[in-house]
Design a protein around this ligand. Sequence first.
Ligand SMILES: Cc1cc2nc3c(=O)[nH]c(=O)nc-3n(C[C@H](O)[C@H](O)[C@H](O)COP(=O)(O)O)c2cc1C
Length: 215
Amino acid sequence: MESRHYGIIYINATTVRAPDGRTYMLKELVLKNRSYRGFDESRKVTEGELKELVDMARITASGANLQPLKYHLITGGEELKKMNELTKWGKMLTQMTLPHPGQFPTAYILVLADTNICKEPKNADTDLGIAAQTILLAAVEKGLGGCMIANFDKAAASAIFPHDSTLCPILAIAVGKPIEDIRLVDVGEDGCTKYYRDENDVHYVPKRKLNDVLV
Ligand SMILES: Cc1cc2nc3c(=O)[nH]c(=O)nc-3n(C[C@H](O)[C@H](O)[C@H](O)COP(=O)(O)O)c2cc1C
């Protein structure tokens, strides 16, 4: 069912249909939306696909509706190579370097704070979280996935594209076709939230139990 209002199409639906014909509920998308650190490099991501992801993010909530976030799309070439070098992955897994060779993401969305709109980039943090999660959920809906990367060389990242200094890189969102097995587990008695991998490279992410987050 569809209704039109000021040129925007609102679709009244609780479920969405993925390109493979499956119907996803929000919980399934949230569950599938893990931080992936291994990708099928043969699956390129197009600029059109990234634009669709940003098109979702740009209509989400924004403090005072300032909308200070800008997006630089990277789908290949030197910029992709550079971003793969500048990003730091899975720092809790000290015994390995991720992504494994041949498993790098094939695209990035570099999120920038426009300091003409929002003087202090930190003030865009809540908007950033909303936008980044929306982008990744939309990626999962397309059969893709990714990882938010805050740990990257931001000065070097701003030098890879010809923008003015008022745009400040604040988050890199890696995008690609995930090939990892990631499982959620309850946080144990020791309270440790560190993610870990087994000998088969299965990635485990401890999550606090519902009763432990209700206060
Ligand atoms: C704001 C933010 C920044 C993050 N930065 C990094 C990063 O720099 N490198 C990385 O490998 N993972 C990064 N992550 C991913 C987290 O490690 C991941 O969310 C956490 O381990 C839980 O896993 P899950 O997303 O699958 O639930 C970041 C996540 C968030 C929300």
